[in-house]
Ligand binder design. Structure first.
Ligand code: G3P
Length: 214
């Protein structure tokens, strides 16, 4: 399973990159609004750090606007992946990007039918949002399992990226479901590493080692 980081913050990206586990980055207008500078400049900087896919999200609501924005983003670096929301206009834009060899990430997926249509249109990645489904008391991970099963049934190569991750369990369940990618807030990346027994173990090894040195 690939690990992406869900941020436009350069320090967080550099930190995750140092860990040797980083396969890509996802950004969106909300994440970008927390940072200083322009979106293109930020994307340029991110793509200079990370070799894997870097998602850049369009904000137009019509296909023509999405394509115009996406083509500009795609000029920034070869590893830019154009994020468009699922909609009829989004599908039209995905079809055009695909014909031009530009990779895409279809976002704001909340049900398997949306993922299937995006894949049919040629999406490189689909991004179902587990946390936001859980937030309204449904099982977000059921949607992931269904999408993975449908894609497996038909040999669909579109990758399933689990987005809106809130906790380590989402990551483990995504891996069990066979999802291709998880995109993590830095907080969840930290939580994935932690276990109280690891901390207690380190402390006790150090104490014992100090005794040996006396
Ligand atoms: O990349 C989009 C997604 O991860 C958003 O997460 O926490 O705003 O639902 P969240």
């Amino acid at each position: 399973m690939k690990f992406f980081i869900d941020t436009a913050n350069i320090d967080e990206i550099k930190e995750a990159d140092k860990l040797g586990i980083l396969d890509g980055v996802t950004t969106n207008p909300t994440l970008m609004s927390r940072e200083k500078g322009t979106y293109p400049d930020k994307l340029k900087e991110i793509t200079s750090i990370v070799d894997g896919p870097v998602s850049a999200e369009t904000v137009s609501l019509d296909a023509e606007g999405m394509v115009k924005e996406g083509r500009e983003f795609a000029k920034i670096a070869d590893n830019i992946n154009i994020k468009v929301p699922i909609s009829k206009e989004g599908l039209k834009a995905i079809k055009i990007f695909t014909s031009e060899g530009i990779k895409t990430n279809t976002t704001l997926i909340f049900q398997p039918s949306q993922a299937l249509l995006a894949a049919k249109a040629g999406a490189t990645i689909v991004s179902p949002f587990v946390g936001r489904i859980d937030d309204i008391t449904n099982y977000g991970m059921d949607v992931i399992r269904d999408i993975v099963t449908i894609f497996d049934n038909y040999g669909i190569e579109t990758e399933v990226l689990v987005a809106s991750i809130r906790n380590p369990l989402h990551v483990v369940e995504a891996a069990l479901a066979g999802a291709d990618i998880v995109t993590l807030p830095i907080k969840v990346l930290d939580q994935l590493l932690k276990h109280p027994l690891t901390d207690i173990g380190i402390e006790s090894f150090l104490k014992d080692w100090e005794k040996v040195q006396k």
